[in-house]
Design a protein around this ligand. Structure first.
Ligand SMILES: [Zn+2]
Length: 299
């Protein structure tokens, strides 16, 4: 007599935890929001509940966000929206505490300068980050050093840094000339992370000599000077070259910066020749394309 094993019904175990962690909660095409406020569209959800989010403007295709818990629905889902509001409030509190590191005077001057900012439009020839051309200029009532207007007006974009950042610059400015001309006048360059500016400067100068357009992506941190005027600490986080970088040039830059974690125990990443995917078809395979940029990241 054959022993028949009882048929086990294949059931999905009861999902525990909040609704946004339950399998199937997010579907392709849903609009979601991250903790930092970015909004995107769900491109895929894997069987193990990891999520990728895309946006039509992102040339790299969808970003693999990680666990679905990282995002919440932006609309049409009350539990997600309520929890997003809760996380935003938490974030604001954290930011408020972070802001305590600056004096009231510094923060007041900063607020006044930011309120005085003027919107300009301009293009960013050679810049690696496509944008709608929106840029800012210092307003007439801001006590910034005069050279800062000459160098930065029309180049500043919104910064995501929760610091006293006057703006972020990713236009291809000539930072070495700016440093030469203004280093004694309220300017210092202090890279994110542990990689010294002297090292980055060498790589940057080398790339300039090759004739490539090199871009430093930097935050402009307000520095309140002793005379009450505003100077700047430039905080570069990475360096880009748009277009194809010949191998030997890339290698030389890697050698200067140090391409292994042993050389620099920070998160220095060489990200050569970023691949692209055509259009917004996230299922299309990666390919090298005319949009192809090389990034050296040290922060
Ligand atoms: Zn939801």
């Amino acid at each position: 007599m054959k022993l028949r094993l009882p048929f086990r019904r294949r059931t999905v175990p009861a999902a525990a935890g909040p609704v946004w962690t339950q399998p199937g909660h997010f579907r392709r095409g849903d609009e979601v929001v991250g903790r930092n406020g970015f909004i995107g569209t769900v491109a895929y959800v894997t069987d193990d509940n990891r999520i990728g989010v895309g946006s039509p403007g992102w040339k790299m295709g969808p970003a693999p966000i990680g666990d679905v818990d990282m995002v919440r629905h932006a609309a049409n889902c009350s539990p997600c929206q309520a929890d997003h509001a809760r996380r935003q409030a938490e974030e604001q509190l954290r930011e408020a505490n972070y802001q305590d590191r600056w004096s009231i005077e510094e923060r007041n001057v900063y607020d006044a300068v930011m309120a005085d900012m003027r919107l300009t439009t301009g293009s960013a020839p050679g810049g690696p980050c496509p944008s709608n051309g929106t840029r800012y200029a210092f307003g007439p009532n801001s006590p910034v050093r005069e050279w800062m207007r000459t160098e930065f007006d029309g180049h500043m974009v919104d910064s995501e840094s929760p610091s006293l950042s006057l703006g972020r610059i990713w236009d291809p400015l000539d930072w070495l000339r700016i440093e030469r001309e203004h280093a004694g006048d309220g300017l210092s360059i202090v890279p994110w992370g542990d990689l010294p500016w002297a090292t980055i400067r060498r790589a940057y100068a080398y790339l300039q000599e090759t004739g490539l357009t090199v871009v430093l992506d930097a935050d402009l941190e307000m520095a309140l000077l002793d005379d009450g005027t505003v100077g700047v600490e430039v905080w570069p986080s990475h360096m880009n070259v748009e277009g194809v970088v010949p191998d030997e040039i890339e290698q030389q830059v890697n050698t200067i910066l140090g391409s292994t974690p042993e050389d620099y125990p920070h998160s220095a990443l060489i990200w050569p020749s970023r691949p692209d995917r055509p259009g917004t078809d996230y299922t299309a395979p990666y390919r090298r394309s005319t949009y192809n940029h090389t990034m050296w990241l040290w922060a």
